[in-house]
Ligand binder design. Structure first.
Ligand code: SF4
Length: 197
């Protein structure tokens, strides 16, 4: 398990620099062809631990889904996850009161995400929430992704990748979790057969 980027000195977003405890880059298996992309580190979670989707309720929900999909070895949510995927965010610093990052902050931080995606070359990408969906779909498909609630769990395909949008764990319903798990299991089974997992 490792971070692919170690920059801890970026100061491009003054409001976030004043609020953050640390810069939180992506974390996980660098050889994985699967990447989950969230919005930003949570105030009570990743901002404290330095690892995305840990130590808060959204992290626990996502980790339970990863366990159900066979992408995480830990049986319970943990601050030191060992997952068979990579987990990152569009924005690397925690916004004040967990507000949505501004468009400028997203653009400022995008080079870090693109650097990770270049290194990972993922086959399967899961944008988590509206902001991540827009960043991923604009980058790979150059289109407007529309609503995350409509796009949820419906695979989008490029020539060499699959994108499966997911409603943010803070707002996801049980029915949406079931739909997401079912779609993901089909894709993961196919990836196993092809040696991609
Ligand atoms: S959010 Fe990204 S671009 Fe802005 S200060 Fe943090 S690391 Fe730098």
């Amino acid at each position: 398990m490792q971070h692919l980027i170690d920059n801890q000195s970026c100061v491009r977003c003054p409001a976030l620099v004043a609020n953050r405890s640390r810069i939180v880059h992506g974390y996980g298996d660098p050889s994985a062809r699967i990447v989950f992309i969230g919005e930003a580190p949570g105030q009570h979670g990743a901002d404290q631990t330095g690892i995305p989707f840990t130590h808060d309720r959204s992290g626990a929900r996502l980790q339970r889904m990863l366990t159900a999909l066979g992408l995480m070895n830990n049986s319970q949510p943990t601050e030191h996850p060992r997952w068979q995927c990579f987990v990152t965010n569009v924005v690397r610093c925690c916004p004040p009161e967990n507000r949505t990052p501004t468009r400028t902050e997203q653009i400022n931080c995008l080079p870090f995400l693109l650097d990770e995606l270049t290194q990972l070359n993922p086959y399967l990408i899961i944008p988590i929430g509206r902001l991540a969906l827009r960043a991923v779909v604009e980058y790979y498909l150059e289109t407007d992704p529309g609503s995350i609630r409509v796009a949820h769990a419906i695979p989008l395909r490029t020539n060499s990748r699959i994108i499966v949008p997911m409603v943010h764990p803070a707002r996801i319903s049980h029915a949406q979790i079931e739909a997401f798990i079912a779609v993901m299991q089909e894709i993961l089974d196919a990836m196993r057969k092809c040696g991609l997992l």
